[in-house]
Design a protein around this ligand. Structure first.
Ligand SMILES: [Zn+2]
Ligand SMILES: [Zn+2]
Ligand SMILES: [Zn+2]
Ligand SMILES: [Zn+2]
Length: 249
């Protein structure tokens, strides 16, 4: 198996902060940085609830992909893992790990594909328990120990909210429905230019992604004409795993 690296499509720090996204509570658009501030004032309904945490989750090396979630303290890391897989990263059931203050929390899935460090704890633990165990402001997530996708999760706000009374106008299809977890925001699809004609890219050649990095994006017409050693195309998706392994979106 050839390993691919998301580092091949890193973006400049300026561009990382530039991607706008939508707040699903009010429908307004904000920058990545502005959204943290915005959510503190937008999340005013449903205050009398249980303890919950607003987490920003962003591609560690592909920071123009980002979301915010509101997560109940009772919600387990396993649920957060399932959500991240379904919503953003799943391709072929690779192993995944949360790394929190030096402790690994791994998937309990003997059928999962790949190898992983043989130590660590189970993901079947609530976020609240983890917060009591470690002081966490930021932690990380790895999906797939081969061609890895790394995510950085940071605590934006803690408070008490009744999740069921907050309506998130997420336009995701199918809707993302997880108990104790609400999707609050998402980045807009970042612009990717066709490396041949400069038009809007729709396809990524995995072979070229591996060898040449950013010059792997093509529009449909140029993809048809594309002629490298082993052309293998994946659609450009709004995900930090776009173009990696067999990520179908
Ligand atoms: Zn809002
Ligand atoms: Zn895969
Ligand atoms: Zn083109
Ligand atoms: Zn190619």
């Amino acid at each position: 198996m050839t390993l691919q690296s998301e580092r091949h499509i890193t973006v400049s720090p300026e561009r990382r902060e530039m991607t706008d996204g939508q707040c699903y509570l009010c429908g307004e658009t904000y920058t990545k940085r502005g959204m943290n501030r915005h959510l503190r004032s937008c999340l005013t309904t449903g205050k009398e609830g249980t303890n919950a945490v607003v987490l920003r989750i962003t591609g560690t090396h592909r920071g123009d992909y980002w979301i915010h979630t509101l997560i109940d303290r009772e919600t387990t890391l396993a649920t957060l893992d399932s959500f991240l897989r379904d919503f953003w990263v799943e391709c072929c059931h690779h192993l995944s790990t949360f790394e929190i203050s030096g402790t690994d929390y791994n998937t309990d899935n003997p059928g999962a594909f790949g190898s992983r460090p043989q130590r660590g704890r189970s993901m079947d633990v609530s976020l609240g328990t983890v917060q009591d165990r470690h002081t966490i402001e930021e932690f990380s997530y790895v999906y797939d120990w081969g061609s890895s996708t790394h995510l950085t999760l940071s605590v934006v706000e803690t408070g008490s909210w009744k999740l069921s009374s907050i309506s998130s106008e997420s336009k995701e299809d199918p809707p993302i429905g997880y108990d104790g977890l609400l999707l609050l925001t998402r980045n807009e699809q970042p612009d990717r230019e066709c490396s041949t004609c400069g038009g809007q890219a729709e396809q990524i050649c995995q072979e070229c992604l591996m060898r040449r990095g950013p010059d792997a994006f093509y529009c449909e017409a140029c993809a048809d004409e594309h002629d490298c050693e082993h052309p293998r195309f994946l659609l450009v998706m709004n995900s930090p795993r776009s173009g990696i392994c067999g990520y179908p979106g």
